[in-house]
Design a protein around this ligand. Sequence first.
Ligand code: DGL
Length: 269
Amino acid sequence: MTLTTTSTAPIGVFDSGIGGLTVVAALRRALPGERILYVGDTARVPYGGKSAETVTRYAHEISDLLLGDGASMIVVACNTASALAVPELAQSCPVPMIGVLEPGAAAAVKATRSGRIGVIGTRATIGSDAYGKAIRRLAPDLQVIAESCPLLVPLIEEGLLEDPVTDAVLHRYLDPMLREGVDTLVLGCTHYPLLKPAIQRICGEGVTLVDSAENCALTVAAMRHGTESAVPSAGPDIMLTDPSEGFLREAARQLGIPIGSVTLRRIGS
Ligand code: DGL
């Protein structure tokens, strides 16, 4: 990554909804002094089954909102938007734009020993093969076994993080790739880090889980080094495009993120 930024203006982060708070939590650990503006597109979530054209339009509109609010960098926390929209949007964005995909792919390449990497995500992310392409760009000989897991986001949003129903669904998705010998699994969706304990239990300790939120935050930290305030920032400024807060408070509690007031921002049509 060659882009660097020297501004102390806030980092803009966006997601299709609330799940991107996993990236906010990782950013706060890596860069405690940075101010974060977060947009959750709760009016239009989920993105995971939508077309590249629609997701790119949504991502464009939210980026414009964040730029208007003074963001000096845009972190696309949503894996689906990272897969479908970032390659095009980053080219015209006036500030550095980074998605979660490349850092996650790089970490997976580093972690695997068997050369077999599993990737889980939404239908759109897996259908785009964006992780597979990013991994093979770095290491053409590695084998990528990908599975879309559309049932996981609703289960997480219902708070079923440790539940027999979630375990049964995880077995359904993960057992075939475990039989194929994956030793590294990319959690290619904003929500999945919240399921880490259950996923690790089912995969066993021999499988390394790659949290793309964590790896994205480390990349952002390398780009921002030396620019943050020494004073730890307050919680993120949260903006939602629909007043429905969904699992905002519960996710924030799980992730240890202080949430103050939430602002409603209407965008698009
Ligand atoms: N934020 C999405 C992602 O990371 C998951 C939720 C959705 O489908 O919008 O892919």
